[in-house]
Design a protein. Structure first.
Length: 164
């Protein structure tokens, strides 16, 4: 990683909403998918330093983990191709948009960024079928679709039906 402690994909919207001052020109990475040099982070006492940064900036943190990680790793970040953290809102994506996303030869990792996830029974069926195709290969005991169990989940389900 060339001396960098983390690597990830740029997050423009997070950079715009973050209130934590950063060095000019320092990239702001999405923390959903990160490569990390764990030996370097441990030897630098990252947890201790990140905790101190959290306490110092607690009132300004739009995205607590992401803002702290970006502040901690200033000047020590490697930017990856967007295909390594392709953010998807399963609530808003249409089957055609999803198929278009999957046709990108540089796509490597899908990152479900909203409260609707592919393993929930009310997720868009095309997205869910794709996810379960890979999840079932993991052969995890007890892995099953999450059923609607709260009012919030029922509302998400209704929104998904309304999009159809």
């Amino acid at each position: 990683m060339g001396g960098n402690v983390i690597a990830g994909v740029l997050d423009g919207s997070g950079a715009e909403t973050s209130k934590v001052a950063r060095t000019s020109g320092d990239p702001y990475l999405n923390s959903g998918v990160l490569l990390m040099d764990l030996d370097a982070l441990r030897s630098d006492r990252m947890l201790e330093k990140a905790t101190a940064l959290y306490l110092e900036h607690e009132c300004k943190l739009a995205w607590p983990d992401q803002c702290v990680i970006n502040k901690y790793a200033e000047g020590r970040k490697l930017v990856l191709h967007p295909g390594w953290n392709c953010r998807i809102s399963a609530l808003e994506v249409t089957p055609a948009q999803f198929d278009s996303m999957l046709s990108d030869p540089d796509l490597s990792i899908l990152h479900f960024i909203t409260s609707m996830k592919a393993w929930q029974t009310w997720c868009e069926p095309r997205v869910s079928a794709f996810w379960w195709q890979y999840a079932n290969r993991a052969q995890i005991d007890g892995l099953a679709p999450q059923e609607v169990s709260t009012i919030g989940e029922a509302i998400l389900f209704a929104r998904m039906l309304d999009m159809s």
